[in-house]
Ligand binder design. Structure first.
Ligand code: ZN
Length: 158
């Protein structure tokens, strides 16, 4: 049985810093096994019931994977869509499309900039503090669509 699950989370990196959290927003909703959340977390929440609070460790390999050296490139400063001063550690979107990847400035060397287009959490082991809010069996229609419907879901099929 695959379920529709909603949960709140706080995500920490190995140093304990909070990377992301759902507090103050709607809980995350997903259909189990549909690739809507990172696989390692999906797998580890399969046995959790509504109301459960648990800490889930997800190694980088089951989250955003290892950094890919091919995603680190040097480009001419003049080609970047960013005005003003750039510093190592700056992040910006590498295009106007809302799904364009976020890149991180690694180094600046004269008129050349080294950019890293890996996911910021690539290579990072993740710790999620999860509060499972609701869990119910997915309907046949949800399974065929591959996503949640109704008040805990996207609602876009209503
Ligand atoms: Zn649907």
């Amino acid at each position: 049985m695959r379920r529709i699950v909603t949960f709140h989370y706080t995500l920490r990196d190995p140093a304990g810093r909070v990377v992301d959290a759902s507090a103050g927003r709607d809980p995350i909703t997903y259909l189990e096994g549909a690739g809507q959340i990172i696989d390692g977390l999906d797998q580890r929440l399969r046995t959790a019931e509504a109301g459960a609070k648990l800490t889930v460790q997800v190694p980088a390999a089951e989250a955003y994977g290892a950094p890919d050296p091919a995603q680190i490139q040097r480009v001419k400063r003049a080609l970047l869509p960013v005005a003003g001063e750039l510093r190592a550690g700056d992040q910006f979107q590498a295009g106007e499309d809302q799904y364009a990847p976020v890149v991180t400035v690694v180094a600046i060397d004269g008129d050349e900039v080294t950019l890293d287009a890996n996911h910021p959490l690539a290579g990072v082991d993740l710790t999620f503090e999860v509060e499972l809010v609701t869990a119910r069996p997915a309907s046949a229609e949800e399974l065929s669509h591959g996503h949640a419907h109704g008040p805990e879901g996207t609602g876009h099929c209503q």
